[in-house]
Design a protein around this ligand. Structure first.
Ligand SMILES: [Zn+2]
Length: 323
């Protein structure tokens, strides 16, 4: 082993230590945020109005973001250094490997791919300004033709194509036919919403997408490398005042491990929540709480549910069931 390779291995070791430290730090921060959230809930239950934890939680969320970002950087450096080391070793042992592979190849059995696409679990909560959760249906109350600002925070350092998938789920006006008679599906919410006749409250149909690391924007989509402990792929947390949605936070977990199609489907589902839609009990609809990639487009009954919502008619639990 050359001296440089040894030096590389030494740096990799150090980086791995740092990675472990950062990962610990991240889980501690996450736990602390959860603890604060639980404490808030208890305080609210005891009618303690003197609750002002928002600030601390926001700071902690920022810390969480910073650590996640650092973790990505460290992982990248490890990858880079490992690649260098491996390349050198490979050059030394490559001829041997090739000869070995030649003999071993015939014994390989190709593993069958796992059946189907595992369904994607999502979670949805609505929180009022007092921090307590409510299950009433809510809508945006913005002036006609005012675009909603949607901020994509790319903490998972995903590719431009992945970001494009996020944008497609929001702004695409493309339709998809399922082959049957008139059923058309929409790829993006902008296309879907534009087909809805005027409603009592204006349904946002224009979206101004920005990419900023701060949490500005009315809808904030965070692409995270964090794996959710409960196996959720996406959650939407909507902050409301009365019936009015003030801000929606969408988090996509494990975003660096998802395909374009998966990201697009999850964002399409979560964005439905961000616009105010609840879950449906219809398993084959986009707004069912576990989405499968087979049913991940916006249906006409999803847009009808949205139309009801913005006319102040609460869509029934089983919306999209009767079509
Ligand atoms: Zn959901």
């Amino acid at each position: 082993m050359t001296q440089r390779m040894q030096a590389n291995e030494e740096s990799i070791k150090q980086l791995r230590c740092k990675l472990e430290h950062l990962t610990n730090e991240l889980s501690k921060t996450t736990e602390y945020i959860q603890l604060l959230e639980i404490q808030d809930e208890i305080k609210l239950k005891n009618d303690n109005i003197d609750v002002e934890p928002e600030h601390e939680i926001i700071e902690l969320l920022q810390k969480q973001n910073t650590i996640s970002h650092e973790i990505i950087l460290v992982k990248k450096r490890i990858q880079k250094l490992s690649a260098k080391t491996i390349l050198k070793i490979e050059l030394l042992i490559l001829p041997v490997v090739i000869i070995l592979l030649f003999f071993v190849a015939t014994n390989y059995v190709i593993q069958p791919s796992s059946e189907g696409d595992p369904s994607i679990k999502t979670r949805y909560t609505i929180e009022n300004l007092q921090g307590s959760t409510t299950d009433d249906y809510k809508y945006w109350n913005v002036a006609s033709n005012t675009p909603l600002v949607v901020n994509i925070i790319n903490n998972a350092d995903v590719s431009d194509q992945n970001i494009q998938a996020v944008k497609n789920a929001i702004t695409s006006t493309e339709t998809v036919s399922d082959g049957s008679s008139q059923a058309n599906y929409f790829k993006g919410w902008q296309g879907a919403v534009q087909t809805i006749p005027d409603t009592k409250h204006y349904i946002p149909e224009r979206f101004n997408i920005i990419q900023s690391s701060s949490s500005e924007g009315q809808i904030v989509i965070t692409l995270s490398t964090i794996k959710d402990g409960n196996g959720y792929s996406g959650i939407t947390k909507t902050i409301v005042d009365g019936n009015q949605i003030l801000k929606a936070f969408i988090t996509i977990y494990d975003a660096d491990k998802l395909t374009n199609v998966q990201i697009e489907s999850i964002v399409r589902h979560e964005f439905g929540h961000a616009l105010g839609l609840p879950h449906t009990s219809n398993t084959s609809d986009l707004m069912y709480d576990s989405i499968t990639t087979n049913h991940s487009y916006i249906s006409v009954c999803d847009t009808k549910a949205l139309q009801k919502l913005y006319n102040e008619v609460k869509p029934s639990e089983g919306f999209c069931n009767d079509e």
